[in-house]
Design a binder for this molecule. Structure first.
Ligand code: ADP
Length: 428
């Protein structure tokens, strides 16, 4: 363990400001700190309420207490160190694109080689929390970054301890790899704002970079890395580079060696690897890459990754959580009726309803019953090997089926209670 660090857990508090609100971040931080120190305990991974009544905090939109590794879920405020991060996400239109030839957009549908977005960005708000993994991949990634920061700060000799600032996430499609990279970039831009006044995410679409502009792509890779280097030269900016579908970039080298690809491909991959090696000495950059096919990736690339993380299809518990959050959103937005209200409706229609006789009217019973059904549904989804992406669209398909059998709106009357039962069968 580290000698100077007492075992006081640090809890990160993320304070989001309303769009276009003007406020002094320092004042907000101080007020939030005073306010939170008046609590006895706090729960991790929870949104706090009550700041709305404090005059200085009118510009605050949300106060979120983050999760932390190796601590319980509920902590005494006196036992922890609070680190308060105030941020104001930028609007989603702050994207800039790189194309095949400078300035001009691609006429054939705009396949962009890369795009840059300013962080923290509204587009990626909520993404981190929406991603559910059985083994704690999210904390593992944050802890890795933390470790590299400690080593950088201590100025350790790179000849003795070295790393590449490259992370590779691989696994089946639709398991949230790309989303996790973006969410991590967003998280870092919030967490590191005291070190870096700006943060950016540069996304490289390997597929369009490499396949479409094949003959040009040598130059394009050079140009991209020139831009990347320029971005990294701004020392108060933290840059996350996301290389999606990295196998399409690096498979070419294997092909070239087997003599099936033009040597162009080989040059590009070598250029990429050389450029990556140069970046490892820069403190303010992180390279995130994803792949659906780890076997197709050049081993020289895989070898450079500090973390090679397999991202699996969701476990039964993760499926449950994903479906539960889907349902909660449907309830929040008024598409589905919450259990308690449903139970009241059943009560209204009790005379006609067989549920009355079956005794499932008690809201708690009803809620447990639904939870069990959801769990068995989750087990089925798991058996079928459904991805997170497939799961998040299930409610759409369920609603489509519900509409298909003649129910356009959620039931509000006695007769609706019948419809509600049908909705369940639709969701099956
Ligand atoms: P990949 O890059 O692995 O193909 P994406 O990042 O494109 O996957 O995932 C698409 C969407 O699917 C995500 O934005 C998210 O809504 C959903 N999703 C995927 N995996 C998960 C997960 N583990 N937990 C929650 N949602 C998920």
């Amino acid at each position: 363990s580290m000698q100077d660090t007492p075992m006081v857990p640090t809890v990160h508090v993320e304070v989001r400001l309303k769009p276009r609100a003007t406020a002094r971040f320092e004042t907000i931080r101080a007020r939030i700190s005073d306010w939170m120190l008046s609590f006895e305990r706090i729960n991790l991974a929870s949104t706090l309420d009550g700041f709305q009544d404090i005059p200085d905090l009118v510009s605050v939109e949300r106060v979120f207490v983050s999760e932390a590794s190796n601590v319980q879920n509920s902590l005494r405020v006196s036992d922890i160190t609070l680190q308060i991060h105030v941020y104001q996400p930028l609007d989603s239109d702050s994207f800039e694109e790189f194309t095949n030839s400078s300035g001009a957009k691609d006429d054939e549908g705009g396949d962009m080689a890369a795009s840059v977005c300013e962080l923290p960005n509204r587009s990626w708000e909520g993404l981190w929390d929406s991603l559910v993994y059985a083994d704690d991949i999210k904390m593992k990634l944050l802890d890795y970054i933390h470790a590299t920061l400690i080593l950088s700060d201590a100025d350790v000799d790179f000849n003795l301890v070295s790393w590449n600032r490259v992370v590779l996430l691989h696994g089946p499609p639709g398991t949230g790899k790309t989303s996790l990279c973006r969410a991590l970039a967003q998280k870092l831009s919030i967490r590191l704002s005291h070190r870096y006044s700006q943060a950016r995410l540069l996304e490289i679409n390997s597929h369009s970079l490499f396949s479409k502009w094949f003959s040009e792509s040598g130059k394009l890779v050079q140009r991209l890395f020139t831009s990347i280097t320029e971005l990294v030269d701004e020392e108060d900016t933290f840059l996350v580079v996301l290389i999606d579908e990295v196998e399409s970039l690096t498979a070419a080298r294997a092909g070239a060696m087997a003599g099936t690809e033009p040597s162009d491909g080989l040059r590009v991959v070598n250029a990429l690897l050389t450029q990556l090696d140069k970046l490892k000495h820069r403190k303010n950059v992180l390279i995130m890459s994803t792949s659906n096919l780890v076997k197709a990736i050049d081993s020289a690339f895989v070898d450079r990754a500090d973390i090679v993380q397999y991202v699996d299809l969701p476990s039964r518990e993760a499926v449950y959580e994903i479906l539960r959050t889907c349902l909660c959103e449907m309830i929040t937005k008024g598409i589905t009726v919450p259990t308690l209200k449903q139970a009241q409706m059943y009560e209204l229609s009790a005379i006609h309803s067989p549920e009355h006789a079956l005794g499932t009217i008690d809201p708690r019973e009803k809620s447990k019953h639904l939870a069990l059904r959801l769990l068995s549904l989750a087990a089925q989804c798991r058996t079928q090997g459904m991805s997170g992406r497939a799961l998040r669209r299930l409610p759409v398909l369920a609603l489509a089926r519900y509409i298909g059998i003649g129910h356009l709106a959620p039931p509000t009357t006695t007769s609706g209670a019948k419809g509600n039962r049908k909705q369940h069968s639709g969701a099956d």
